[in-house]
Design a protein around this ligand. Sequence first.
Ligand SMILES: Nc1ncnc2c1ncn2[C@@H]1O[C@H](COP(=O)(O)OP(=O)(O)OP(=O)(O)O)[C@@H](O)[C@H]1O
Length: 254
Amino acid sequence: MSLLKVEGLGKSYTADKKILKNIDFEIKAGEFVSIIGPSGAGKSTMLRCMNRMIEFNEGKIIFNNQDVGSLNKKELRKLRTNIGMVFQHYNLVPRLSVIENVLHGRYGYKTTLQGLLGRYTEEEKERAFYLLEKLGIHEHAYKRCDQLSGGQQQRVGICRALIQEPKLILCDEPIASLDPNSSKVIMDHLKSISLEMGITCLVNLHQVEVAQHYSDRIIGLNNGEIVFDGNGRNLGEEQIHKIYGTKSRELITA
Ligand SMILES: Nc1ncnc2c1ncn2[C@@H]1O[C@H](COP(=O)(O)OP(=O)(O)OP(=O)(O)O)[C@@H](O)[C@H]1O
């Protein structure tokens, strides 16, 4: 079953340059899909169009049978509860505790006043703790976020996305600021989230090998166009060249 369908997607920030050109793809529920491509190819722009964090100019995005482009503010807010986001720089509130940051993921379900007062139910707090335990950071629940390592902060970011009970998680270079060990921990968690919880993951990555290891499918972007869409096993030298303009994997920066 298709969860996300993108048809003829186009995006320009300025009149003279198209950043995304006629993008078409479809993602099934539960799929783990990576987007790769050189710096500036349009990966972040494309990912952020999915929940209209960035407004697109052309085409259609259908998420969970809803036409994303036609939603009003209220409908968009509701739709976003179904789409979690994980960021390269975590986007946590550093002076707040780990558990408070996780509970922020419930914000979309609250009235403005409830949100401002930080009113969460016992059930939500239990769920937050459960998720922290699942990601192996429950002992840090009451520490300030800025006391945690990068890898731990990213796990908080994943818990915040999960507490939304999303159908889709968009991850914008989730391991770009992490060392190899922490990167593996994060990618393993994302993979098990997709396998065990059936949550669809769309992940921007810089590392081809990582994308090949974890993804059911890879989308390769070059200059705003899809130049590869398939299983990572089919990503040979020729396809790498199409995506990055180089044949050598060593030249692809991490
Ligand atoms: N707000 C903006 N205004 C104007 N141009 C922008 C804006 N955001 C991004 N761009 C441009 O759009 C192009 C694609 O950027 P984007 O960040 O989507 O690429 P990317 O593939 O994610 O790159 P990276 O891997 O370096 O993050 C770049 O040329 C960038 O300069």
